[in-house]
Design a protein around this ligand. Structure first.
Ligand SMILES: [Ca+2]
Length: 281
């Protein structure tokens, strides 16, 4: 994602003798946006000892940035091992299953790492993260059902694996108990059955004018994208309606710019859709 006019922040997994980890890097692009003039790794987090790349999934990943700060949403990971995928999201000694806040400092050459801290925890497999109207919003996969849209607030606990609107994989857990949220932060909206929720973005201008306030979310399993209309006041953002638009392919990422949306699919196509609003003459 663009971090400034000339800088891109990105995250990726990395494999070496220590195991699998997540790295955050920045790229500085030249003025013509034609070449990379600086490439630096800012941070590297949580090696998975003994787990090779390709043996795990659900690491998730959403990235957003504002005011010299990068926010990164990480999943718990899941592997064919006794990996503690069911405890890391509630642990204060792990960044997995957390949204983390990475403060950076701008220098002549590029960005330098200042500080990393946990911002929120209790996330299962967040796939998208974005600032919308001053609120940091994340979408994440539930277990079996219960894909979530969450407003991320500092210090909050989003419940995984203690609380979900889905169905637990552990058959001994009682579904009704599982759905009582206790002290956990509830999603502002959830989807049951799961859509395979993958990303979110602003509505294009012309659609936002029509709906007053809306966000778009994309999905993999159902091959749809959705217009979620919401209302907002000082304390609350509430989803009012959910309109599903069948697209027909697994959408991995969704992005909007002015009156266009861009859909990047698992079949490795990039689609551009333009919403045109015109007065008849
Ligand atoms: Ca949750």
């Amino acid at each position: 994602m663009w971090f400034s006019d000339r800088d891109v922040a990105l995250y990726h997994t990395k494999q070496d003798e220590k195991g699998l980890s997540v790295a955050i890097s920045t790229l500085r692009i030249d003025g013509n946006k034609s070449s990379v003039v600086d490439n630096r790794q800012l941070a590297r987090l949580n090696p998975y000892p003994g787990v090779a790349d390709g043996e795990t999934s659900s690491l998730g990943g959403g990235i957003a940035a504002r005011d010299n700060t990068i926010y990164l949403a990480l999943g718990t990971g899941a592997a064919n091992s006794d990996l503690d995928a069911f405890t890391v999201a509630q642990s204060d000694s792990s960044y997995l299953g957390h949204v983390i806040k990475i403060k950076v400092q701008k220098s002549e050459a590029g960005y330098l790492l200042q500080d990393i801290e946990s911002y929120s925890k209790g996330h299962r497999n967040p796939q998208g993260l974005k600032f919308i109207q001053e609120r940091l919003i994340a979408v994440e996969h539930g277990p079996r059902g219960g894909d979530e849209v969450n407003i991320i607030e500092p210090g909050s606990n989003y419940g995984w694996p203690k609380f979900s609107h889905g169905i637990p994989y552990n058959e001994k857990l009682d579904v009704e108990t599982y759905r009582q949220n206790g002290s956990y932060k509830s999603p502002i909206y959830y989807f049951t059955p799961s859509l395979g929720i993958s990303d979110l973005t602003d509505c294009p201008f012309s659609v936002d004018q029509l709906y007053s306030n809306c966000i778009l979310i994309s999905s993999m399993i159902s091959g749809t994208y959705h217009i979620l209309k919401y209302e907002i006041n000082d304390t609350e953002l509430r989803i009012l309606s959910d309109e599903s638009i069948k697209f027909g392919d697994r959408i991995r990422k969704i992005l909007s710019e002015e009156n266009r949306i861009y859909l990047f699919t698992d079949s490795l196509f990039l689609y551009e859709i333009e919403y045109i609003r015109k007065r008849p003459r």
